[in-house]
Design a protein around this ligand. Structure first.
Ligand SMILES: NC(=O)c1ccc[n+]([C@@H]2O[C@H](COP(=O)([O-])OP(=O)(O)OC[C@H]3O[C@@H](n4cnc5c(N)ncnc54)[C@H](O)[C@@H]3O)[C@@H](O)[C@H]2O)c1
Length: 466
């Protein structure tokens, strides 16, 4: 897609987004769609990713995304690798680069790795010729905006940068829906006249389609901290119900019934109370550990330990799943074929970052099992994630073929299609006794048991024929 010179086009504003990933791509597509009066350009250092955005298939799978990209691309939405030029032409710059957990040096394993973020700031500084609003879209430690302001405003060009925080709350798999009808949009700025003026400019973007009552304004630190806190609270609910799932298995209580009973309490609510093999995704673990690191930094060690336990419980739940498989398959899976149904960290996405399926695959391989992975969208990422594994893993897009000859099926992702497979046909293709471990509690367990499967779900009494 040709990237037109700003001067040739008549747009009210030039918006740039640096980072064309799971957040930058869908958010900017939605802004372009809702604001035809703005030119929206998304840049990335990854040329393959940009080529894919400009091609027939978007580089990420999100229901409804392809259609909106096709409608806006080339009109007021552009994907490019020309970051320097994009910066020069932009009035407002969203920064949506990755902020993974640091893997080296001070804070390794917990702190956010801000190298991509800082490089971006320096690139903005080097290429700017006029005042700009810089918006943190990436999830960042609280008070990052302060460091950003220092780097950007230490310029001798007389340019003023106003740094705002507008964290993204979308969930992968429902990104377009979340962006179209967000529960809230949060925009934080300095409470100075310049900060508030910049905040109003960003409010004006979202006001094109988000009702005023859903646009929240705050100081910049509250906005930064709200995003980390939101993810920590959501993950905490999953770890809480998963801790109870283990107790259910010991006591003949059923975790779905317990979750339903407590979820109907309006003070608690029903969402994020689904017991499972554990949470995954690029954000929960990284953001909680980041919070843990920040708390330690302020000497709040008890607070840090409290939140760290949410992550530890998630890891424990995954180990427990493998132990349960082993225990029920006569204490050995060596040489046995295990079909993993799903590899994405959740349904409706091809994203496998921190997916529990990764830990389960590696755990099963340690036990010398032969793992066959199937997934409707995530096989390319699964292959990439497991490229270090030389033998014992294979990939099969067809779930029937994956299950054929398998001693056990383990459901890793709540893809709807797994609910409507012909399990009679599947059972006939498996050696007996055949096992199903439903790590997402999505299958009809009684029906499968009646067919002849031995069924093990999360937080429920096992249904076995022996
Ligand atoms: N994935 C989610 O569901 C989600 C939701 C809310 C917030 N977030 C946050 O948003 C941020 C981005 O997440 P993501 O999932 O989109 O990550 P991602 O890895 O999919 O995308 C980030 C992109 O930034 C690009 N990039 C890095 N440095 C660059 C540079 N200097 N110039 C140009 N491009 C550069 C990378 O090539 C990559 O394509 C993270 O901070 C994340 O925590 C993610």
């Amino acid at each position: 897609m040709p990237y037109p010179m700003g001067a040739q086009m008549k747009f009210e504003k030039n918006i740039l987004c640096i980072g064309a990933g799971y957040v930058g791509g869908p958010t900017m597509t939605m802004i372009a769609n809702k604001c035809p009066n703005y030119k929206v350009t998304v840049v990335d250092i990854n040329k393959d990713r940009i080529d894919a955005w400009n091609g027939p298939n978007c580089p990420i799978y999100e229901p409804g995304l392809d259609e909106v990209v096709a409608k806006t691309r080339g009109k007021n939405l552009f994907f490019s690798t020309e970051t320097d030029r994009g910066i020069r032409e932009a009035d407002i710059i969203f920064v949506s680069v990755n902020t993974p957990t640091k893997t080296f040096g001070e804070g390794a394993g917990k702190a956010a790795d801000l190298q991509y973020w800082e490089k971006t700031a320096r690139q903005i500084l080097a290429n700017s010729e006029s005042d700009k609003i810089i918006i943190e879209k990436s999830t960042l430690p609280v008070r990052t905006a302060e460091a950003m302001e220092r780097i950007l405003n230490a310029n001798t060009k007389g340019i003023h940068f106003e740094v705002l925080s507008n964290p993204e709350f979308l969930a992968e798999g429902s990104a377009m829906q979340d962006l179209e009808k967000p529960d809230r949009v949060l925009i934080g700025s300095r409470e100075t006249p310049e900060g508030i003026k910049a905040r109003k400019e960003v409010v004006a973007i979202y006001a094109h389609w988000v009702p005023a009552k859903n646009i929240l304004e705050s100081n910049v630190w509250s906005a930064e901290l709200s995003k980390l806190t939101a993810n920590a609270f959501l993950a905490q609910r999953i770890s809480s119900i998963n801790s109870i799932s283990a107790l259910c298995e010991k006591t003949e209580a059923d975790v779905d019934e317990v979750a339903y009973a407590i979820g109907t309490d309006s003070r608690i609510g029903s969402r994020f109370l689904k017991a499972s093999v554990g949470f995954g995704g690029s954000c929960f673990q990284k953001d909680i550990l980041n919070l843990v690191y920040i708390c330690h930094g302020y000497g709040l060690h008890e607070v840090a330990e409290y939140w760290e336990s949410v992550v530890k419980l998630n890891q424990w739940q995954q180990k427990r799943f493998i132990k349960n498989m082993l225990g029920n398959m006569f204490n050995t899976v060596a040489g046995k074929r295990i079909a993993l149904f799903g590899f994405a960290f959740k349904a409706n996405t091809g994203d496998t970052r921190e997916s529990p399926a990764l830990a389960i695959t590696r755990g099963l391989l340690e036990e010398h099992a032969e793992v066959i992975i199937t997934d409707p969208k995530a096989l390319p990422h699964a292959r990439e994630d497991l490229r270090d594994i030389k033998s014992g893993v294979s990939f099969e897009p067809d779930p029937y073929k994956a299950a054929a000859g398998a001693h056990a099926i383990a459901v890793m992702t709540e893809w709807k299609e797994y609910q409507s497979l012909d399990y009679e046909r599947i059972l006939a293709s498996m050696p007996q006794p055949a096992f199903i471990f439903d790590g997402r509690n999505i299958l009809d367990h009684r029906k499968l048991f009646k067919l002849g499967f031995n069924v093990f779900a999360i937080g429920k009494a096992p249904l076995k024929h022996f």
